[in-house]
Design a binder for this molecule. Structure first.
Ligand SMILES: CC(C)(COP(=O)(O)OP(=O)(O)OC[C@H]1O[C@@H](n2cnc3c(N)ncnc32)[C@H](O)[C@@H]1OP(=O)(O)O)[C@@H](O)C(=O)NCCC(=O)NCCS
Length: 175
């Protein structure tokens, strides 16, 4: 039997994970991210440890990300960003997991999903303070992907990246 193929035009806008969504065959090419969806997403979502957003074709999840509240010590924020941070630890929003099914790779789905996550994080920050968006890049490829959106390394590691919420204002404030 041949591999299932997906069309970008069939993908629905991201929504909160629901019991009817299925993801048994989700494969983003990074086992850790596949496994988290398979084994941990429902529990994390149900207990509010993370909220999971999924983009689907029918009920099949083809892309997902998770968001959680987080914080980072001021000393771990690079100096150029730190001067504007008034609270310690600095409140943040963490994009904890992020993956696109590899059958849809290279067609702009990752960019759209990242924009959805950033827009959502910005809306949340308007209601409950969050000065930074954090992401844990898995590897150099993931880091290169996030750098396209303006993320830069924190002092924690070259793979723990941050973006200032204030830098999203120009893009998202009017939405
Ligand atoms: C990395 C990933 C999210 C990219 O998704 P995608 O749908 O293929 O990406 P898009 O087609 O939307 O590309 C968006 C931009 O990212 C770039 N990009 C895509 N994959 C990339 C990669 N592996 N490394 C570096 N840049 C990448 C594209 O060139 C494009 O840049 P451009 O707009 O300047 O041309 C996807 O391959 C994936 O889920 N990988 C496995 C999990 C993972 O690494 N998650 C990252 C967070 S930890």
């Amino acid at each position: 039997m041949g591999e299932v193929s997906y069309n970008v035009s069939d993908i629905s806008a991201p929504v909160l994970l629901e019991p009817g969504h299925s993801f048994d065959s989700f494969d983003c090419g990074k086992p850790a991210i596949d496994r988290w969806l398979l084994e941990r997403a429902r529990k994390a979502h149900a207990t509010y440890g993370a909220r999971v957003f999924v983009a689907c074709i029918k009920t099949q999840v083809v892309a997902y990300y998770s968001l959680s509240n987080a914080s980072i010590k001021k000393t771990d924020v690079p100096t150029r960003a730190k001067k504007d941070m008034r609270v310690n630890p600095v409140p943040a929003t963490l994009i904890g997991q992020f993956g696109i099914d590899r059958r849809l790779a290279g067609q702009g789905v990752g960019r759209s999903l990242a924009q959805d996550a950033l827009q959502r994080a910005f809306r949340l920050a308007r209601e409950s303070g969050s000065a930074l968006i954090l992401v844990d890049a898995l590897d150099d490829e993931a880091r290169a992907f996030w750098e396209k959106f303006g993320f830069q390394p924190t002092k924690i590691s070259d793979y723990k990246l941050y973006l200032r919420v204030i830098d999203l204002e120009a893009t998202y404030a009017s939405l």
